[in-house]
Structure formats: structure tokens, C-alpha cells
Design a binder for this molecule. Structure first.
Ligand SMILES: Cc1ncc(COP(=O)(O)O)c(C=O)c1O
Length: 361
């Protein structure tokens, strides 16, 4: 029942589906000790300095936080070697993506993204009354020629997740440069690097290689994944200062809360301390890929903190089989399953469950 005159763009929206909780799977299947490898979270807790900073901040939450998160912007600027006026912060990078839609998209505009990609993109496009134009992946990888070919006079935004969610494949900054060079300069190109820290550096760095040259390139990143702060919601973007000024106007007041600002600032000032956990996840990703490849799976190049199993019609059956064995993954019906890299023990549990289900490619 819809009460009041709900916008058709909203009634027609699918609700955002977060990854299923381990507890829910336990209840559904009558099992214990289920693990969740469904939301690309970091299995490791934030470093102690970050937890302490958040505890300190918790004592002051009777006051509003600094709406602009000035200190965090400065810390990010120093960390990545860029003028702080080029840094924006938001309520997770998904919050910043929504702000980018609010800043650039009117009803009837077109938004292009290689597809399949991050589920939030078409939801935001629909919410704005715009048209979401999907271009096909080739070999589960974004095809930037197809993106260039889909641009029309109505195109305002291009969204490129690299590494892509859920396939894990990435494109190089040289490829993005070539795409941007072919586009009208008023088409904004959003490079969504939520998984940047897991990406092989040979793919390049769009903040260093593209932002200084192209005012229409915006890079979004997050503290949620590699820095283990998914639960407090902090993302950042890097762009031309004039882009940041406009996007800032759409930030919900105080959306980056005091605890999030304190945790994110401490994380950014101590990034080196995160490297051992990131390295461990990379070693584990390599191990999981090797075991699966030896078992006969053909996997797309995994450049994020997850692997993607191209299962087609068998997707839901294999996902259910894994769940009954206590491993919650993220299915895309009729397409494949995304499995987050967890701790070594969690990954072992997944590999054993998959071998048991017999879900060979
Ligand atoms: C490609 C991509 N972009 C953005 C996000 C949003 O992350 P957050 O809002 O936690 O920064 C995600 C989360 O899964 C993602 O996969």
C-alpha cells in the first residue's frame, strides 16, 4: 500500500538488498557457525589507534560534528598528495555517488555504465528519473569502446567501477584516458575505486594520472573495505575543486558523523599499519584463485577482495548448497556468485563447501 503520493520513480524501485547475515542463514537452514562472505567486508578489525580515536569521539557526540570534516579532508589530501580543496567526503562512497547523481542528473538524462556492476548505480539513476544505459561486459570486463559508442547528447554521467563489482576485473588508467579523450568535456566520468587497495598498481592511478588533466574525471574511494570501516560509513572523492564545491552542496548535513570522522582520520594517518592485513588478503586471494583454477574453474582476473564464479543457470543452486554448508555468498541469479576473501579459515571453509557442492564451472 502506498500512503500519500509516492513518486513513481520510488514505487518502481527495487529495495537495495544488502548481503545476507550469517545469523539469518543459520536460522533458515538450522545450522551453526555460518560465515558471511557476501558483502566484501574486511574480516579484520580496524587497527587499535582507529578504535581508540572512535571511542574518544563517542564521548563528544552530544555536539554536532564538523559538517565539512575539515581535518579528515586535510588528512586525505596529505596522504594522497593532493590539495585538500580537491577532496570531498561523504557517507560512504555510495553516499558520494548519490551526491554525484543529485549534482548532475535531471529527469530524462542518460547515465552509462558497463553492466553488470554495482547495484546502487541503476537505483540512483531511476530515483532521479534518468535513463540507465547498460553496455555489455566482454569476458566479464568493462568494454570502454562500447561505453564511448553509447554516448549521446543526453549523456551526463559515465560510471566505471574498477575493479568492478561483482566481476573483480579492472581497466587501466590508459584505457580510461582514451575513453575520456573521446567524450565531450561536459560528460562526467566517475571512476569508482572502492577496491583500489587490492588492485595491482600496474593498472595505474586515476588520481595521479587523470584528475589533474581532466576536470570531468571524478575518483571515488572508500574507507569501508581495505580500512575496515564499513560500519561507520566514510568515503571520499577526488576531483577538480569546482566539482567538489558543487557536490558538497548536496551533502546531507553532518552525514559524516563524529565517530566516522575520527576513525577515518586516524586510519588515514596510519595507513601503513593496515598494510599487513591488506597483504594477507592479497595472499589469500591468490591462494583461493589458485585452488579454484587447479580444480578446473575459469575465473575472471580477480583485482578486488573477492572472486567471481561464472555459474550461469546454476547460480542459485550452488549458492544454496554453499549456504547449507554455512557459507553465505552473494548470488546474481542466472549469472554468477561473488565470494568475499575472508580469513584463511573462512576461505578454507568456502573452498571445502564448494568442493562438496560440486559446483564446477
Ligand atoms: C563498486 C562499489 N562502489 C561503492 C561501494 C560503496 O561502498 P561504501 O559506501 O561502503 O564506501 C561498493 C560497496 O560494496 C562497491 O562495491
Amino acid at each position: 500500500m502506498s500512503i500519500g503520493r509516492v513518486r513513481p520513480a520510488v514505487t518502481g524501485l527495487p529495495a537495495y538488498r544488502p548481503g545476507k547475515a550469517a545469523e539469518q542463514a543459520e536460522e533458515e537452514h538450522g545450522i551453526v557457525d555460518a560465515i558471511k562472505l557476501a558483502s566484501n567486508e574486511n574480516p579484520y578489525q580496524p587497527i587499535p589507534q582507529v578504535v581508540e580515536a572512535m571511542q574518544d569521539a563517542a564521548r563528544g557526540v552530544n555536539r554536532y560534528a564538523d559538517h565539512r570534516a575539515t581535518e579528515l579532508r586535510q588528512a586525505i589530501g596529505e596522504w594522497i598528495g593532493i590539495d585538500e580543496r580537491q577532496v570531498g567526503v561523504g557517507c560512504g562512497s555510495v553516499g558520494l555517488l548519490q551526491q554525484l547523481f543529485l549534482t548532475y542528473i535531471d529527469a530524462g538524462d542518460e547515465v552509462i555504465s558497463p553492466w553488470r556492476s554495482f547495484e546502487a548505480y541503476p537505483i540512483f539513476a531511476q530515483l532521479m528519473g534518468s535513463t540507465f544505459v547498460e553496455t555489455p561486459l566482454v569476458g566479464l570486463r568493462s568494454d570502454l569502446d562500447a561505453v564511448a559508442g553509447a554516448v549521446t547528447d543526453g549523456t551526463k554521467l559515465v560510471l566505471l567501477a574498477t575493479p568492478n563489482n561483482p566481476t573483480g576485473t579492472a581497466v587501466t588508467t590508459a584505457e580510461i584516458r582514451e575513453l575520456v579523450s573521446r567524450l565531450p568535456s561536459d560528460v562526467m566520468v566517475i571512476v569508482d575505486e572502492a577496491y583500489r587497495e587490492f588492485l595491482d598498481p600496474v593498472f595505474g592511478d586515476p588520481v595521479r594520472d587523470l584528475v589533474p588533466e581532466f576536470p570531468n574525471v571524478v575518483v571515488t574511494r572508500t574507507l569501508s573495505k581495505a580500512y575496515g570501516l564499513a560500519g561507520v560509513r566514510t568515503g571520499y572523492l577526488v576531483a577538480h575543486p569546482d566539482v567538489v564545491t558543487e557536490v558538497d552542496k548536496t551533502l546531507v548535513p553532518f552525514a559524516v558523523n563524529a565517530i566516522a570522522q575520527a576513525g577515518a582520520t586516524a586510519a588515514v594517518r596510519n595507513v601503513a599499519d593496515y598494510q599487513p592485513a591488506i597483504d594477507l588478503l592479497l595472499v589469500e586471494r591468490h591462494r583461493v584463485v589458485s585452488v579454484l583454477t587447479e580444480a578446473g574453474w575459469v575465473l575472471p582476473d580477480a583485482q578486488a577482495n573477492f572472486v567471481y564464479l561464472d555459474l550461469g543457470e546454476r547460480t542459485l543452486e550452488v549458492c544454496l548448497g554453499l549456504e547449507r554448508r554455512g557459507v553465505v555468498t552473494r548470488p546474481f541469479a542466472g549469472e554468477g556468485i561473488r565470494v568475499t576473501i575472508g580469513t584463511p579459515a573462512e576461505n578454507d571453509k568456502f573452498l571445502a563447501a564448494l568442493a562438496d557442492v560440486g559446483g564446477e564451472a
